[in-house]
Design a protein around this ligand. Structure first.
Ligand code: NAP
Length: 245
């Protein structure tokens, strides 16, 4: 008999990451909550445990290669495999990031955390995901990482039609390319790789007036994490709808 499924989520101490852990845990999946802050990572795991979820904190800073390698080796030593990887951690701040003025350090931070981080995390965990009978990788993306959506200057949403967040959008567009190419590379395996767009969600990043509650925002991610063997790979989905690239 196969051992129970194991999921690892980056940036899982709060926001969508924590809620994705909660929803996967309610499906009887063991959840490994990755967080760079030890105190809030442990607190998040304790919180889920009080809700009857099998949760554990794993330290990880997705901008630090040593920390990524340590996290992968802890999971290898304790479990020998990984079924679900959720690349959720994000860098985001309110500084002006328009293309004409974005400072190099800010651009670097966006790309480092939101694109290079998930690539390095996936590389480190891939040998463990190959040990799963049905590996799933979900990259947290956004509609504003879509070239088609951001290039549409008459978008029905006036905020999107005028927004110019080069740092965040380019990091998620690059992440989408990672989804496409990794899925292509793994096409002959039982690993599926997809990008998920939770939609504007009520977290510290999305703000309290966002469209979706955190429970709702986590659902498309959990759906992609739990796809059966007939499910898609190399796609970009929001609430079961296909997003344009
Ligand atoms: N909220 C939305 O409206 C929305 C919409 C579309 C897509 N998304 C995507 O959904 C994902 C989650 O967003 P969210 O709204 O839940 O964000 P959030 O509430 O701001 O949480 C961000 C999480 O990322 C962690 N993090 C940041 N840098 C990290 C690093 N270097 N290493 C490890 N963890 C790090 C944070 O940890 P600390 O607590 O230590 O800072 C925190 O746990 C992101 O990928 C985002 O792009 C969100």
């Amino acid at each position: 008999m196969e051992t129970s499924k194991i999921a690892f989520i980056t940036g899982a101490n709060r926001g969508l990451g924590l809620e994705i852990g909660r929803q996967l845990g309610k499906l009887k999946i063991k959840v490994l909550l990755g967080a760079r802050n030890e105190e809030s990572g442990r607190e998040a795991a304790s919180q889920l445990k009080t809700e009857g979820i099998d949760a554990e904190f794993i330290p990880i800073d997705v901008t630090d290669n040593k920390s990524i390698e340590n996290a992968a080796s802890v999971v290898k030593r304790r479990y020998g495999k990984l079924d679900i990887l959720i690349n959720n951690a994000v860098f985001f701040n309110r500084e002006n990031q328009s293309p004409s003025i974005i400072p190099p350090d800010l651009l670097h931070n966006y790309l480092n955390t939101n694109f290079i981080g998930p690539v390095l995390v996936s590389q480190a965990f891939l040998p463990l995901i190959r040990e799963s009978s049905a590996g799933r990788i979900v990259n947290l993306s956004t509609s504003i990482g879509s070239l088609a959506t951001m290039g549409d200057s008459v978008n029905t949403n006036p905020k999107i039609a005028t927004a110019t967040p080069l740092g965040y959008s380019s990091s998620k567009a690059a992440l989408n390319m990672f989804t496409v190419l990794l899925a292509k590379e793994l096409k002959e395996t039982n690993i599926k790789v997809n990008s998920a767009d939770p939609g504007l969600t009520q977290t510290d990043m999305g703000g309290k007036d966002a469209t979706y509650t955190v429970e709702e925002g986590a659902r498309p991610v959990v759906w992609l994490a739990c796809l059966d063997e007939h499910g898609p790979t190399g796609g970009f989905f929001s609430h079961k709808k296909v997003n344009p690239w």
